[in-house]
Design a protein around this ligand. Structure first.
Ligand SMILES: Cc1cc2nc3c(=O)[nH]c(=O)nc-3n(C[C@H](O)[C@H](O)[C@H](O)COP(=O)(O)OP(=O)(O)OC[C@H]3O[C@@H](n4cnc5c(N)ncnc54)[C@H](O)[C@@H]3O)c2cc1C
Length: 393
């Protein structure tokens, strides 16, 4: 009997899994339906480039038709619920899609941690419309500003997205001469928290050289229409920072649509628990990418990165094919191949597999950053598209 497999999401996890499933499945074994709320794959880890230059969007959006084979059916729509008893996914338009096996690869949304006013006033960067809106608001604020009173852009959260976004705003200012000041605010003591001090130091240096203000060690405690309040407590007044544009990249949490999904999830974030084969507590439901907390042993889970998502996707697609034919599933463990982070036109590379220097910048780091993005684009689409995107990465 032909099984019905459904993949939800067209990010790295979903697009990668569709490709690897198509390669692994034998004719007649299964029918694949791919559902996503966009009919393109967004190279999200380069979305910050659109903040500087929105024309980059054509290079970082790949139509699903270019990714999937003709045998796979694509359905554009937002999944709003999962019914594991009926084995159905519910869609926003009221339709349902049945599955024998499904893979959840819907990423995450931005977390606001209940900080007063943050969700209401901050922009986020999780999608193409988000990137366009940041570009629109930064350019508008710059148009209304003067050299004496520059537009204030605050980026909250100095992880991968925050650092790279602040770098792009600074690059936009330097390329256009727009009167803009950009400040990165991080609650923990260092930029790129939880990482090696050498890479933190290098990033701090590059951000400073790009004239990005850095405020670390105090959390944003409240936001109103014009002001970000940082720190403060019962006996201490918070520091007030006025802003024109506030971009919040300080955390991720599970998608609301799956908060009630009947599979085991983290109580706080609702991200779905999955074992090393990507199976959830329901053995017909698999989960990968940022959506999932994938067990890596010793209470560790795979990191929420593009790199981890595309590594996992390769095995997840194959596991779906194995599940269909009743073969044993493969276990996956994340291999950290290093970190590449842009600060405008510069980049920092850290612990890159096969390279003996632990942390470096310069042309080699910029080249590697471009190469990794181009390799992914070539893998899901074509070498031609990767070559075309090269200069914008
Ligand atoms: C600005 C920025 C810079 C980053 N830089 C790096 C970096 O340098 N290196 C790195 O490794 N990682 C980086 N990351 C993190 C990386 O982008 C994520 O870890 C990665 O995108 C996760 O892939 P995913 O496929 O799990 O989720 P996503 O890429 O978020 O894809 C989720 C997909 O699901 C779809 N979807 C969501 N909800 C629904 C629904 N209800 N119904 C149907 N479809 C739905 C979405 O449209 C999307 O197609 C960065 C992230 C950002 C935002």
């Amino acid at each position: 009997m032909t099984a019905t497999v459904v993949v939800v999401g067209s990010g790295y996890a979903g697009a990668g899994a569709v490709k690897s499933f198509e390669e692994a499945v034998q004719p007649g074994e299964a029918e694949l339906t791919w559902i996503s709320d966009t009919d393109y794959h967004l190279v999200l880890h380069e979305a910050h480039r659109c903040v500087r230059d929105p024309t980059v969007e054509s290079e970082i959006t790949i139509p699903v038709e270019e990714i999937k084979s003709d045998r796979t059916t694509f359905r554009e729509g937002r999944v709003t619920g999962l019914d594991t008893d009926a084995r159905e996914l519910e869609l926003a338009d009221g339709d349902t899609v049945s599955y024998d096996y499904c893979l959840l690869a819907v990423g995450t949304r931005t977390a606001f941690y209940g900080i007063d006013g943050l969700e209401e006033h901050a922009l986020t960067l999780k999608s193409l419309p988000d990137a366009r809106e940041i570009n629109r608001q930064v350019t508008n604020a710059a148009d209304d500003a003067t050299a004496e009173e520059p537009a204030q852009v605050i980026v909250g959260g100095a992880g991968l997205s925050g650092i790279q976004t602040a770098g792009e705003v600074a690059e936009y200012r330097d390329e256009t001469g727009a009167p803009v000041e950009v400040t990165l605010v991080e609650g923990l003591d260092e930029v790129f928290p939880g990482n090696d001090p050498e890479v933190q130091g290098k990033l701090r240096k590059f951000l400073r050289e790009k004239d990005v203000g850095i405020e670390t060690g105090e959390f944003i405690s409240e936001v109103d229409k014009e002001t970000v309040y940082v720190g403060g407590g019962e006996e201490e007044q918070p520091t007030e920072m006025s802003y024109d544009v506030l971009i919040w990249t300080g955390g991720i949490t599970g998608r609301d649509e799956f908060a009630d999904a009947p599979v085991e999830k983290d109580d706080r974030s609702h991200r779905v628990h999955a074992d090393a084969t990507f199976q959830t507590s329901d053995d017909r439901v698999f989960a990968i990418g940022d959506t999932a907390l994938i067990d890596q042993g010793d209470d560790e889970v795979a990191p929420p990165t593009a790199q981890a998502a595309w590594q996992a996707a390769e095995v997840a697609g194959e596991n779906l094919a194995r599940q269909v034919r009743g073969a044993p599933l493969k276990s996956w463990s994340h291999e950290d191949k290093g970190t590449l982070i842009s600060v405008g036109d510069r980049a920092v590379a850290h612990d890159v597999v096969g390279i003996p220097i632990s942390t470096f910048g310069g042309v080699p780091a910029v080249f590697l950053k471009k190469f990794v993005a181009a390799r992914w684009i070539a893998q899901v689409s074509s070498v031609g598209r990767a070559v075309s995107a090269w200069s914008d990465m």
